[in-house]
Design a protein around this ligand. Structure first.
Ligand SMILES: Cc1ncc(COP(=O)(O)O)c(C=O)c1O
Length: 399
């Protein structure tokens, strides 16, 4: 009854931009969350790849509590200690020399697009502004990032879109080569496509893209909003492919649950941004940066979290592959890296998501028919076993 009141008030007061499941989550610990009616769930959605250390990780909670007592927000007109510590950590553990902080993945990509344009105009000429992105990609919901996103379903109704973007099939080197024009300034890619249905690049694709960008004086931007912060078993997904970008964007897992985005770049590229070129009131504020410092330090400590992610990934994929062998008429493919795992069905995924919810499992569906699993990296075998048992029951009943 109490829930019905909240659901009604939600419809009444909140804009209708989400199809919500009939659950209100009130409490979380580790991989578990509890609804307001007391029901318990194992969370394989993790706030859509955000809760990298699980819900309410003690180190993140303490960092937030301590920072909240000291200082929550000040303007970027002043130096901010947790922001400096976070930038130093990110630079120390990545290819990058400089960081710009913002509040979300879309904003991080906006910053990347602006920096790429500015750098290219300054270094390669006034007509260099076009960015080549991939079909099936997802880069955000602001107008520029929506235009960069290679999925028409998100763009419909918001035209005219921004000029200066084109799209090629993901992992198709020939198509990329053909798409370059005299106006091209950068290539923007997710190293592994997330929202597009957990799609991995071919073995050498990203290496070839890097080489091609170097040969043609193009910037390479990696959107690691979903794949970053250990999600794929390395701190950044591009590390699997032996190359580095010129610009990288992060958000989701970066703050362990608090809203923060970051755009990282090499010194050479970053130096095109000067005071006044770009800004964000909340970007890099003390509270979110303190949470992000605690998150990164925990991920990096002894490599424990990344080891756990890789071990659980192997086991998870093996268990899902067993299901695929048993149910080849339902399951087309299991794929992924680290704990970004997709199971492509030969049918719609949403009924399976709903059936899982009823059995206490939060999962999500991307691209219509790909069940996506992006749980906290602290996942354990018993959690995977429970999910696979539930999936087995649900999928076996489908004809
Ligand atoms: C790869 C990628 N880029 C950008 C975004 C947009 O991030 P946000 O929703 O924080 O703006 C997402 C969100 O799903 C994403 O997966």
């Amino acid at each position: 009854m109490e829930n019905k009141k909240f659901f009604d008030e939600s419809s009444r007061y909140i804009m209708n931009t989400y199809n919500r499941y009939p659950v209100m989550l009130r409490k979380g610990r580790g991989i578990k969350v509890w609804g307001s009616d007391g029901s318990e769930y194992l969370d394989f959605v993790g706030g859509v790849a955000v809760n990298i250390l699980g819900h309410c990780h003690p180190r993140v909670v303490v960092a937030i509590q301590k920072q909240a007592q000291r200082l929550i927000h000040v303007s970027n007109y002043y130096y901010i200690e947790p922001q400096i510590r976070l930038a130093k950590l990110l630079v120390t553990h990545s290819f990058a020399d400089k960081v710009f902080f913002c509040n979300s993945g879309a904003e991080a990509n906006e910053a990347a697009i602006k920096l790429a344009r500015k750098y290219s105009k300054e270094h390669c000429g006034p007509d260099r502004f076009e960015i080549i992105a991939a079909k099936n990609s997802f880069h955000g919901r602001t107008l520029a990032t929506l235009t960069a996103t290679g999925q028409e379903k998100f763009q419909h109704g918001f035209e005219p879109l921004m000029p200066g973007f084109s799209h090629v099939p993901f992992s198709d080197m020939d198509a990329l080569k053909k798409a370059v024009t005299g106006s091209t300034c950068a290539v923007l890619l997710e190293p592994i496509q997330g929202e597009g249905g957990v799609r991995l690049p071919g073995e050498d694709y990203l290496k070839e893209v890097r080489k091609f960008c170097d040969e043609h004086n193009l910037l390479l931007i990696f959107d690691e909003v979903q794949t970053g912060m250990g999600r794929t078993g390395k701190l950044f997904a591009h590390e699997h492919y032996g190359i580095v970008p010129d610009i990288m964007t992060l958000a989701k897992g970066l703050g362990g649950g608090v809203p923060i985005g970051a755009m990282l770049a090499t010194e050479k590229v970053a130096s095109s941004f000067q005071p006044g070129n770009h800004a964000s009131t909340f970007g890099g504020n003390p509270l979110v940066c303190a949470a992000a410092v605690a998150t990164i330090e925990t991920i990096l400590e002894d490599g424990f979290i990344l080891d756990q992610c890789n071990r659980m990934s192997k086991y998870f994929i093996e268990r899902l592959d067993e299901l695929k062998t048993k149910l080849p008429h339902i399951i087309r493919e299991v794929r992924g890296k680290g704990l970004l795992i997709g199971m492509e069905l030969k049918r719609e995924g949403d009924p399976v998501v709903r059936a899982c919810l009823e059995k206490g499992m939060l999962i999500n569906c991307a691209a219509g028919n790909v069940l996506r699993f992006v749980p906290p990296l602290i996942l354990q075998r018993k959690d995977i076993d429970q999910l696979v048992e539930v999936l087995n029951g649900i999928l076996s009943r489908l004809s």
